[in-house]
Design a protein around this ligand. Structure first.
Ligand code: AP5
Length: 219
């Protein structure tokens, strides 16, 4: 199964991608996670990406396309993958199409998580992440057992630099100006499935799995 998850920041793409990845045993490829890791390790890509990410701007297409092209060459992508947060521009979508065409591995579906700005802002301002193991929490929706402490490795939870309210507003504008047009791009190829991002995590997952099964997508 080869999937793209599309939608505004905070729509739940990463959360659902994790669940699908476990269920279908295919890699969850998040360009945001790859870039954050590069920033943490201070690699040349990380140094270039950092200033864009802290402002909530998109990292230039060339950098992101190269990252994905390399990642899709890894052996674990041969049986399928879930792309989370890529593509985000028309140029990225066209590059992905040609990458996949050249290896005869077309996408099976593009899942669009539809939600509102209010939901996004409340989810992202409340998100807390573990710097050590990467686990994701939300102060109200998915609270850790002990406030501020990771359930899995006992490390301190932090707020993502780009989850401050002003940066979230910028990320939403960037999404509307640069990424939302991909909904029409994928609608034309009849690959688009819309799922409400406002459902709770398990409900959204059930709807998602049903939509994928109804289409008899090969897994
Ligand atoms: P990225 O990491 O991709 O951020 P994003 O798209 O803004 O996505 P988020 O991780 O914020 O949201 P999500 O939809 O995955 O929601 P999540 O499941 O985490 O990108 C970060 C930056 O990297 C970009 O701004 C850009 O600079 C750069 N970048 C990345 N890809 C790029 C590209 N292709 N091109 C150029 N630049 C790129 O959930 C959010 C919160 O809500 C969590 O706390 C979660 O626990 C909670 N939650 C999730 N689902 C639910 C639910 N159903 N109900 C209640 N709470 C929920």
């Amino acid at each position: 199964m080869r999937l793209v998850l599309l939608g505004p920041p905070g729509a739940g793409k990463g959360t659902q991608a994790e669940k699908l990845s476990k269920e279908y045993k295919i890699p969850h490829i998040s360009t945001g996670n790859i870039l954050r890791q590069a920033v943490k390790l201070n690699t040349p890509v990380g140094i270039k990406a950092n200033s864009y990410m802290t402002k909530g701007e998109l990292v230039p297409d060339k950098i992101v396309i190269e990252i994905v092209a390399e990642r899709l060459k890894e052996p674990d992508s041969k049986n399928g993958f879930i792309l989370d947060g890529f593509p985000r521009t028309k140029q990225q979508a066209e590059s992905l199409d040609s990458m996949l065409k050249s290896v005869n591995m077309p996408l099976d579906a593009v899942i669009y998580f539809h939600t509102t700005d209010q939901v996004v802002i409340s989810r992202l301002t409340g998100r807390r992440v573990c710097k050590k193991c990467g686990a994701n929490f939300h102060i109200k929706n998915i609270p850790p057992k002990k406030a501020g402490v990771c359930d899995f490795c006992n490390s301190v939870l932090t707020q993502r630099e780009d989850d401050k309210e002003d940066t979230i507003k910028n990320r939403l504008n960037v999404y509307k100006n640069e990424t939302a047009e991909l909904i029409d791009y994928y609608k034309k190829s009849s690959m688009l499935k819309t799922v409400s991002g406002d459902l709770d995590i398990n409900e959204a997952y059930q709807v998602l799995v049903k939509a994928l099964k109804n289409d008899s997508i090969k897994v």
